[in-house]
Design a protein around this ligand. Structure first.
Ligand SMILES: Nc1ncnc2c1ncn2[C@@H]1O[C@H](COP(=O)(O)OP(=O)(O)O)[C@@H](O)[C@H]1O
Ligand SMILES: [Mg+2]
Length: 246
């Protein structure tokens, strides 16, 4: 069944000519060399490109986890450079949910506790915290696994715990960096179905991947190469297969 493409809302992420340089002793690594990009609310965007092209660096910028060397970044019409630590923390905790390839769960905490974590940082009281974490776990299909620790869960279940944790603060944007990179293809499909569902419920999805099979789930694809956007394409067009093969 073809998926419905939703109408995108106002621009939420607006970056212009962003660069990022890492100084490594004598050498300077130019990870981003002038990226300009606008992302609207309720877009589903895939960021593609070969290893080392700057995908994770761009994602860290978008998520306000790192600051650019130069260029402008406006989030929701506000210049990120002018935000203080509290405002940045509020964006990271409430506006954006992060999903990483390696899940990044606390090994000794059960699923419920892992999902509660962002709410602890946000100062939510224990009872509300537990209710919301439980709800988020039920939403990702793990209602019967809330007391399991990461090593008592499969890879797909661990990633679903990580997604529940990303969702528990009800963020509008999901930033997922290679979310299926450590999963077999069937489990990866389940995670992609979950992201599609979030998109259909009104979330903005930014998906970083080097795999075309994963990127086809998005409604728009950008390609990075050597720290620059070499293509920005709306829609899913199979004939581009050959052109974008990395
Ligand atoms: N913390 C860092 N210090 C130095 N160089 C880095 C750092 N992070 C990334 N790089 C370099 O920047 C480039 C882009 O990396 P990255 O954004 O991780 O690419 P991708 O996610 O597309 O594989 C690479 O050349 C990488 O080696
Ligand atoms: Mg990466």
């Amino acid at each position: 069944m073809p998926h419905v493409t939703r109408e995108a809302g106002p621009v939420v992420i607006d970056i212009e000519n962003i660069t990022k340089e890492y100084v490594m002793g004598e050498e300077i690594v130019r990870a981003l060399r002038g990226v300009t990009l606008q992302i609207r609310r309720n877009e589903y965007l895939a960021v593609m490109g070969p290893s080392g092209s700057g995908k994770s660096t761009l994602m860290n910028m978008l998520g306000c986890l790192d600051t650019p060397s130069s260029g402008r970044y406006e989030f929701n019409g506000r210049n990120v450079k002018e935000m203080d630590d509290d405002e940045l923390a509020a964006i990271r905790n409430r506006e954006i949910g992060f999903v990483f390839q390696t899940f990044n769960l606390l090994p000794r905490a059960n699923a419920l506790r892992n999902v509660e974590l962002p709410l602890i940082y946000a100062g939510v009281d224990p009872e509300t915290r537990q209710q919301r974490a439980e709800r988020a776990l039920i939403d990702v299909g793990l209602g019967d696994r809330i007391h399991h620790k990461p090593n008592e869960l499969s890879g797909g279940q661990r990633q679903r715990v990580a997604i529940a944790r990303a969702l528990v603060n009800d963020p509008s944007i999901i930033l997922a960096d290679e979310p299926t990179g450590n999963l077999d293809s069937k489990t990866g499909d389940e995670i992609m179905a979950l992201l599609e569902d979030l998109y259909q419920r009104g979330n903005t999805i930014i998906l970083v991947t080097h795999e075309r099979d994963i990127a086809v789930h998005a409604r728009r694809t950008i390609h990075l190469r050597d720290g620059l956007i070499e293509m920005d394409h709306t829609g899913i067009v199979p004939e581009l297969d050959a052109a974008i093969a990395t």
